[in-house]
Design a protein around this ligand. Structure first.
Ligand SMILES: Cc1ncc(COP(=O)(O)O)c(C=O)c1O
Length: 337
């Protein structure tokens, strides 16, 4: 148990299911009220994701008790807020433009959330953040790097200063980390007992449909999160597919990175494009002269991108596609020019 855990969770023991109490693989299994006819799906999955956790731990050079796999990193964000924040007592901090899940999770859990504006390079506003920390004592700070929807990595020196100053937990969401080419912030776990790094199989691994994310942290934080986890939250199919993909080490981000850089150059040459922000992720934030008209014009041609004009005036967020998909986008934009 960590020093951050909600007091009312101290006495809660993580839910223990039939399969977590007993490794039944070599037994006649009459313990979990499953259907007796064997099929690939009649048995509950391994609730601890033992092999997948082990494989991630080896890859990240961590111990097994520093890894928690769950049903997408969105779910982990909710678990983190539930484990550490008391409704009407604690506050959390995130940044804008940013990932909308933090607001949503705060709202459904009745936790106050404050949002500070990133600076004009979409980097952390360090002085504002330090001032805010002094005044408001946030229980959790969420920092996303590379950031969604802006695409940039936050400056490591600013992020490290934030980690140093934070009175509570710092969650570093690295959903797009594999596209960035920098080193992971996982190394911070060695010296910090208040950092959680989030990763996902949804982006670089191409497995958004499986719903698999994981948290990396000190063992006491992982233990906390297990208290609010639902049993069997990762199904057998997802566990085995993710495991094979880690074993095959088949991650290949270089094509997407190259396509992203080419797409950025081509977009910048279009007359209706005012600016394309540099990206360390698998998407680009693009400022158009009229984002809504462009959005509708693309829809009319069968292409959907993401409106982000409420966060950044005239911005659309465009996911990098294959060479052919990017070509289709450029041709559609040319027709709208
Ligand atoms: C910054 C960030 N974190 C987390 C997620 C969600 O990841 P998952 O699919 O693992 O729930 C996303 C998805 O878009 C994201 O942009």
């Amino acid at each position: 148990m960590s020093r951050f855990l909600n007091p009312y969770l101290h006495a809660v023991r993580s839910y223990s299911s039939a399969r977590s109490e007993f490794d039944a693989s070599n037994y006649l299994r009459l313990d979990a009220n499953e259907h007796p006819v064997e099929s690939p799906y009649n048995r509950y999955p391994d609730p601890m994701c033992t092999q997948l956790v082990e494989s991630i731990a080896i890859k990240e050079n961590l111990s097994r008790d520093q890894v928690l796999v769950s049903n997408g990193s969105d779910q982990l964000i909710d678990m983190i807020v539930r484990a550490y924040c008391m409704p009407d007592v604690d506050r959390i901090l995130s940044f804008t433009p940013g990932f909308s899940m933090f607001d949503y999770v705060a709202q459904v859990n009745r936790i106050a959330i404050d949002t500070l504006a990133l600076d004009d390079q979409f980097d952390l506003p360090l002085a504002d953040t330090l001032g805010y920390i002094d005044k408001s004592d946030p229980k959790i700070i969420f920092a996303v790097s590379p950031n969604n929807p802006t695409g940039n990595d936050l400056s490591p020196d600013r992020l490290l200063a934030l980690v140093k100053a934070a009175p509570g937990l710092v969650v570093i969401d690295e959903a797009y980390f594999e596209f960035s080419g920098r080193r992971s912030y996982v190394k911070l776990l060695e010296e910090n007992d208040h950092v959680i790094v989030l990763r996902t199989f949804s982006k670089a691994y191409g497995m958004a449909g499986l719903r698999l994310g994981y948290a990396l942290a000190r063992p006491e934080l992982i233990e906390d999160l297990k208290k609010v986890r639902m049993p069997y939250d990762v199904d057998s199919w997802s566990q085995s597919v993710a495991l094979s993909s880690l074993a095959a080490d088949e991650l290949n981000t270089s094509k997407i990175i190259q396509a992203r850089n080419e797409l950025r150059d081509r977009l910048q040459n279009l007359p209706q494009v005012k600016r394309v922000y540099p990206s360390d992720a698998n998407f680009l934030l693009v400022i158009f002269s009229d984002a809504i008209a462009t959005y509708r014009g693309l829809l009319d041609q069968g292409i959907v991108v993401r409106r982000r004009d409420k966060q950044v005036p005239n911005a659309l967020r465009i996911t990098v596609g294959t060479t052919a998909q990017n070509e289709q986008l450029i041709q559609a934009l040319k027709r709208l020019a």
